[in-house]
Design a protein around this ligand. Structure first.
Ligand code: FA5
Length: 349
């Protein structure tokens, strides 16, 4: 039996050494580690081994398996480096860190996020940080969203168990922690810390228990905008959004603002887009974000005077990227498929 194990190991060394492509790789992997592979055959023949020899033989088979897996992992890395080099047209050093640089490719979501912040920085907006784990107060109560609101259902929002303790995020005993369901939490954090004039943007990840389809994903990205200044009106909101969309998308898309309800703005609107060139989503209105004038109760929750005025908006980064790049399925952004990503040859600093 031990001879048989050694023989398989030798054969595996030769076979893995000769692998030159991914297809070839899969074949060799199946031959040794697959359902009907050599290792499985060895395991089956354990029934014929004498009881006293079983531990030693079992261990030898295990060692053989680990060695073959190791050889295959090293070979796969070699293949991936070769593929990356072919894609990039230059040598790749996989040991180098990619921190601080998007290299030649930049994920489309990163690109859109950067564009939004660059465009609105021309109007004086700066970036404000938020946190992904929030308390119910920041996510809902401070935003005038009562317990009975559907967005607070367990089936909509990710709640942490009652006894969770998270350092640096304090809460009162009746509250729970949540994964923030929108970036509007940053409106509250910003207004508690600052006084007007305020012009901030806050891009980030948000989480909802949404079923996955072509336009929904349970973890996605939004960019919040908040401006608080004397005498602000819906005109300021509309012209800010028009400026953003015209700079970002250009003339190829139609936009509309339709009256809608969000508990933290009054009046509130939904912003939709339509594009002729969007595959299976062509000529359909796609909701891109919500917006409105900050509600007096929200100002009060942050200790502001009732007569404060400001607007807020929250746009879905995936939805904007879909329109911008003509991507008709949101899932493509998260599959990490090089064939999809390599199309986004953008040079970014
Ligand atoms: C909000 O989240 C509000 N906080 C927006 C807002 C901010 C309104 C400020 C008023 C003032 P809504 O739930 O509609 O609103 O989500 C905003 C956008 O996020 C949507 O228009 C859509 O573009 C995107 N979005 C929502 N759910 C998903 C999902 N599951 N997957 C991908 N994108 C989504």
């Amino acid at each position: 039996m031990v001879e048989r194990i050694n023989e398989i190991l030798e054969k595996a060394k030769t076979a893995v050494g000769e692998v030159s492509s991914r297809a070839n790789f899969e074949g060799v992997k199946a031959k040794f580690l697959g359902q009907n592979g050599a290792l499985r055959e060895l395991m089956k023949s354990m029934t014929t081994v004498a009881a006293e020899d079983k531990p030693a033989v079992g261990q030898a088979i295990n060692v053989c398996k680990v060695e073959i897996e190791g050889m295959l992992t090293a070979k796969l890395l070699e293949i991936e480096i070769r593929e990356a080099e072919a894609l990039l047209g230059k040598k790749v050093d996989p040991t180098l860190s990619n921190h601080g640089s998007c290299g030649i490719f930049c994920h489309p979501l990163t690109k859109i996020r950067t564009q939004i912040t660059e465009i609105l920085s021309k109007l004086g907006f700066t970036v404000a940080d938020g946190t992904e784990i929030e308390t119910e107060w920041f996510c809902f109560d401070a935003l005038n969203t009562p317990q009975s609101h559907p967005s607070r259902n367990e089936s909509d929002t990710f709640y942490f168990p009652d006894d969770t303790i998270i350092e640096n995020v304090s809460k009162n005993s009746s509250e729970r922690y949540v994964l923030r369901a929108h970036t509007s939490t940053v409106q509250i954090r910003t207004m508690l810390k600052n006084r007007p004039p305020i012009r901030v943007l806050s891009p980030g990840t948000v989480f909802r228990r949404d079923a996955i389809d072509a336009t929904h994903f349970p973890s996605f990205h939004q960019c919040e905008g908040l401006a608080v200044e004397d005498g602000m009106s819906v005109c300021d909101l509309k012209s800010t959004l028009n400026f953003l969309f015209t700079e970002l998308i250009g003339e190829g898309c139609e936009t509309r603002m339709r009256p809608s309800f969000f508990p933290f703005v009054s009046p509130g609107f939904e912003v939709d887009f339509k594009s002729k060139n969007l595959g299976k989503l062509s000529n359909k209105w796609i909701e891109i974000g919500g917006c409105g004038m900050v509600a007096p109760s929200v100002f009060r929750n942050c200790g502001y005077e009732d007569n404060a005025s400001g607007f807020a908006f929250g746009v879905g980064i995936e939805r904007l990227a879909m329109l911008f790049y003509g991507v008709d399925d949101i899932r493509l952004f998260f599959q990490n498929d090089a064939r999809f990503l390599k199309q986004f040859k953008v040079s970014m600093i």
